[in-house]
Design a protein around this ligand. Structure first.
Ligand code: ADP
Ligand code: MG
Length: 448
């Protein structure tokens, strides 16, 4: 790849990571001026761009360039006021081939994204129960399974399924008032309306809903006020035979800090899980997505992806997208070797770097504490437990010494760290909630 191709490829990837507006603002008139051994010099039109590219997109640019050519180790930026001296690129930024990714045209009334449909949802044994239940609900909302509770790991299709259900109802029952909320939005809705003293209006609006869909309800855990309001809304809708649909990354009984009365409400309807797709289904999903975009690959490439990417459907899709970008960009059919090369970071991703700071931040966020609280001396139960978990993660994931852990947590003695570690180690053997929490924490630690 020469330096122009290289840069165009970088741009094509960046496009998928940031908004269109930022893209054209920050990447207009940029280019690679030189590439010498492990150093790349990128020219930008002004200081302002330079700062943004360096500070905000520097890591992303490095990751992509290094992924394309792992000799590249250093990137510098230079302001080139006289316009770019580099040879005219084969196509300008504006004309980079856009894959037809539907934009996020989220419906303002329902919050639903029309891209999620039942037609585009591939069914296999791993998700057929959930799909059948969602379909049944979409045909007779409020009359079959209420509430419908779908759970499963990240990237396995919960959001897709819930939104497909919502879209299907909107289409067939135009008079029904459908509303989709990611949990965070529901939570902030409650909090803001309490702050603005409009909680009664807020609740009144929710009571008008015929189909209430709340995605990722595990985030309601520990939010007492929100749970309280949700409980009342739930009851009032339920009594009127309105449909409620919920999703979570774990079954209701594994969501700790969920009020008992809410948990039993959730368990009162239909609970369906989505597990991992098997090889055949992974292959079917890849081919369906290819068909949708009308970009095709040889069978050995689909097979390679399906056998090497097993974690979830989102990653499967990510790998396919990556190949699609290249194929479209280079305008010729990719072979297996170059596909393998392009996917090497996805297939065996380098383990992400973790640090003490990161663990503290993630644990504090997860339990909604301030980092300071986690590190101080409070003996409050709701702080002690997260603190012990954080210490446990230091030991397990960072292999930190006990004296180090003690010091890092506000100058405590190493025996405190040993005690915390042993306590969690013992508890984690038979406490299902704790296992769930620690897995979730680990996932967060290794995914950002
Ligand atoms: P979750 O909400 O469980 O984290 P998503 O619903 O966001 O997962 O799914 C991740 C991606 O995988 C989405 O782009 C979605 O369209 C796609 N996907 C998930 N399940 C399927 C399926 N059964 N068939 C086709 N695409 C799917
Ligand atoms: Mg989701």
């Amino acid at each position: 790849m020469d330096k122009e191709e290289l840069w165009q490829t970088v741009l094509a990837q960046i496009q998928f990571n940031i908004s269109k507006a930022s893209f054209s603002t920050w990447f207009k008139n940029t280019g690679i001026t030189s590439k010498k051994e492990d150093k790349v010099l990128i020219s930008v039109p002004n200081n302002f761009s330079k700062e943004w590219l360096e500070n905000k997109y520097g890591k992303l640019i490095f990751k992509i360039l290094h992924g394309l050519d792992n000799e590249i180790k250093e990137i510098n930026y230079i302001v080139n006021r006289s316009g770019l001296k580099i040879k005219k690129p084969s196509f300008s930024v504006k004309e980079i081939p856009q894959l037809e990714f539907e934009e996020f045209k989220v419906d303002k009334e329902t919050n639903l994204n029309p891209r999620y449909t039942f037609e585009s949802f591939v069914v296999g044994s791993f998700n057929e129960l959930a799909q059948a239940a969602a379909w049944a609900v979409s045909q007779k909302p409020g009359l079959v399974y209420n509430p419908l509770f779908v759970y499963g790991g990240v990237g396995l299709g919960k959001t897709h399924l819930l939104q497909a259900l919502g879209n299907e109802i909107s289409e067939n029952f135009s008079k029904k008032n459908v509303k989709y909320f990611p949990s965070e939005k529901f939570i902030s809705g409650v909090i803001n309306s309490i702050r603005n003293r409009t909680i009664e209006d807020f609740k009144e609006k929710l009571r008008q809903i015929d189909i209430l869909i709340i995605d990722d309800v595990q985030f309601l855990a520990g939010k007492e006020k929100t749970q309280e309001e949700f409980f009342h809304i739930f009851n009032s809708l339920y009594e009127k035979n309105k449909q409620i649909v919920l999703s979570s990354d774990r079954p209701p009984k594994a969501i700790s800090a969920l009020e008992e009365r809410l948990r039993s409400r959730f368990e009162g309807g239909m609970i369906a899980d989505i597990s991992l797709p098997d090889y055949e289904t992974r292959l079917a999903i890849l081919k369906t997505k290819s068909q949708e975009r009308k970009i095709f690959f040889s069978d050995e490439i689909y097979e390679y992806i399906a056998s090497n990417i097993q974690k979830n459907i989102r990653e499967l899709e990510g790998a396919l997208n990556r190949l699609m970008v290249y194929q479209k960009l280079q305008n010729h059919t990719l072979d297996l070797e170059s596909s393998k090369n392009l996917l090497k970071n996805i297939v065996s991703p380098p383990r992400r770097a973790i640090s003490p700071k990161k663990i503290i931040k993630i644990v504090a966020d997860f339990y909604e504490l301030k980092e300071k609280e986690l590190l101080a001396n409070s003996r409050k139960k709701e702080i002690v437990k997260p603190r012990q978990i954080a210490m446990y993660l230091f030991r397990k994931e960072l292999k930190s010494s006990f004296p180090f852990i003690g010091r890092r947590f506000g100058g405590k003695d190493h025996t405190t760290a040993i005690h915390a570690y042993n306590k969690i180690l013992k508890e984690v053997k038979n406490n299902e909630n704790l296992i769930g929490e620690i897995n979730e924490l680990k996932q967060r630690i290794y995914s950002v």
